[in-house]
Design a protein around this ligand. Structure first.
Ligand code: ADP
Length: 188
């Protein structure tokens, strides 16, 4: 029974770590980026709407993103918890998530922030774009995504810190070492 948010800049390895964490906590991994990408490739109305923002490295509007997450965390498999990856990313989303959870008498257990070196993540993202060919992994778009992250999302951790929920973990180095640090920090 764990409700966890995983934060960190693009390229911090959130997706990779979120999969491990979700498996060891036996809760679903909910990645807003993955859900958007699945909708884009299936050509759903949500995908068509999200695509132009994603391709530019911009955030999809809060109204769209919030409604999607509201649906997803209301699903049966998320009743006992989740690892949220890529949400919340704005002040509005933080408020919405709080409302969604309190409506069902729940609250977050931890907000984990992966701390990484910015130059290193730019290199990782450029490398990933060569391998996966993601449309939003071109150098200009990568810069834009990082800029928006540090402007809009990184400051949100302060709010969670004042609530005593924030756990900061060093995200540099070997993937398995980072997982071990995360599990240790969560006491899992
Ligand atoms: P990354 O963390 O590498 O930027 P993600 O896979 O988490 O990538 O997200 C890819 C894109 O999906 C984002 O750049 C954004 O356009 C959109 N997106 C994902 N999550 C959100 C969110 N919570 N709010 C708004 N847009 C989002």
């Amino acid at each position: 029974m764990t409700r966890l948010v995983l934060m960190g800049p693009p390229g911090a390895g959130k997706g990779t770590q979120a999969v491990f964490l979700a498996a060891s906590l036996a809760v679903p991994h909910i990645s807003t980026g993955d859900i958007f990408r699945a909708n884009v490739s299936e050509g759903t109305p949500l995908g068509l709407e999200a695509k132009r923002f994603m391709d530019a490295g911009e955030y999809v509007p809060d109204s769209v993103t919030n409604a999607m997450v509201r649906d997803r965390i209301a699903a049966d498999d998320a009743a006992t918890g989740f690892v949220l990856d890529g949400y919340p990313r704005t002040t509005d989303q933080v408020g919405e998530l709080g409302d969604m959870l309190s409506a069902s008498g729940h609250q977050l257990d931890h907000v984990v922030e992966l701390i990484v070196d910015t130059d290193e993540v730019v290199q990782r993202l450029i490398e990933r774009s060569r391998i996966q060919g993601r449309a939003d992994d071109t150098e200009d778009v990568i810069r834009r995504r990082l800029e928006i992250y540090f402007e809009q999302t990184a400051p949100l951790t302060e709010l969670y810190a004042t609530q005593g929920l924030l756990v900061q973990v060093d995200g540099m180095g070997d993937v398995n070492d980072v997982t071990a640090r995360l599990l240790a920090a969560l006491g899992a």
